[in-house]
Write a protein that binds this ligand. Structure first.
Ligand code: KIV
Length: 284
């Protein structure tokens, strides 16, 4: 039984009012979710980044709704009290408002999410509006939106030019007006984030590499523990090198099996002498 109280939208808005920053991490599996909840993290994102961090693809595009649902269910089992956000994968909301509502509904009904997140600006406002009118809390995602990385010219900071920054600010307002309760800004310059946060009236602004002035911070779990071997984004802070600990342990295991120092007697099970004698008799 978790000792924590359920984190709800109300809890998150209360933190904003009290100017207490919200902590948010990605997570894709049961044991990590268990530890994140125990550590007091407010929100978990089951991101479609799992395509890269867990499934080894080079982008998030191949991730399906079924992939997302399975991982999100595991996370919910490990973290029943956190505020859980399901990330709508590529083509689960782009085709139409109806597709968006149906897939958002799957996150709620099958994986017990508290909200969904989808990428895109004003052009996605009708998707947000449709999902919200179906009674599902919806979050927007602006700046670097990995599902559109090809159109954006790769994984790069968005909004460094004044015109592009203005577009992100306008998009944020369009999403808020469409009913988004929160917006994630990914790799947006700090002063642009500050403007968006100051202008937000009824919307929580969250930052991934977008500076300290948002209402909360997101990190990719695999980046913070050295668990993604292909690269580490500049903005990520490494809080511990679990990748190195695991690699050392695996190397040691391979060595001990090879030189027969593993297993030791405490690592196996025995049979009582009398049972063993009886067994030998039975085998005669
Ligand atoms: O999929 C994900 O983890 C995300 C983050 C990169 C924000 O959307």
């Amino acid at each position: 039984m978790s000792e924590r109280k359920k984190v709800t939208i109300r809890t998150l808005f209360d933190k904003v009012v009290k100017q207490k920053p919200i902590s948010w991490l990605t997570c894709y599996d049961y044991p990590t979710a268990y530890f994140q909840e125990k550590a007091g993290i407010d929100m978990i994102l089951v991101g479609d980044s799992l395509g890269m961090t867990m499934l080894g693809y080079d982008s998030t595009l191949p991730v399906t709704m079924n992939d997302m649902i399975r991982h999100t269910q595991a996370v919910r089992r490990g973290a029943p009290m956190v505020f859980l956000v399901g990330d709508m994968p590529y083509m689960s909301y782009q085709p139409s408002v109806e597709t968006a509502i149906r897939n958002a509904g799957r996150f709620m009904a099958e994986a017990f999410c508290d909200s969904i997140k989808l990428e895109g600006g004003a052009e996605m406002a009708d998707r947000i509006e449709g999902i919200v009118s179906a009674g599902i809390p919806a979050m927007g995602h602006l700046g670097l939106t990995p599902q559109s990385a090809a159109a954006l010219g790769g994984f790069r900071v968005q909004g460094r030019g004044a015109a592009q920054a203005k577009k992100i600010i306008d998009d944020a307002k369009a999403l808020e007006n469409a009913g988004a309760f929160a917006i994630l800004l990914e790799m947006v310059p700090d002063r642009v984030t500050k403007i968006i946060t100051e202008r937000a009236e009824d919307c929580i602004i969250l930052s991934l590499g977008s500076g300290p002035d948002a209402h909360g911070q997101l990190l990719i779990y695999h980046d913070m523990f050295g668990l993604y071997p292909k690269f580490k984004p500049r903005m990520a802070k490494v809080f511990g090198n679990a990748g190195e600990v695991i690699l050392n342990g695996l190397t040691q295991y391979a060595k001990e099996v090879s030189d027969k120092t593993f297993p030791a007697p405490e690592n196996w099970f025995t049979i009582k002498d009398e049972e063993y004698e009886e067994l030998l008799d039975l085998l005669k």
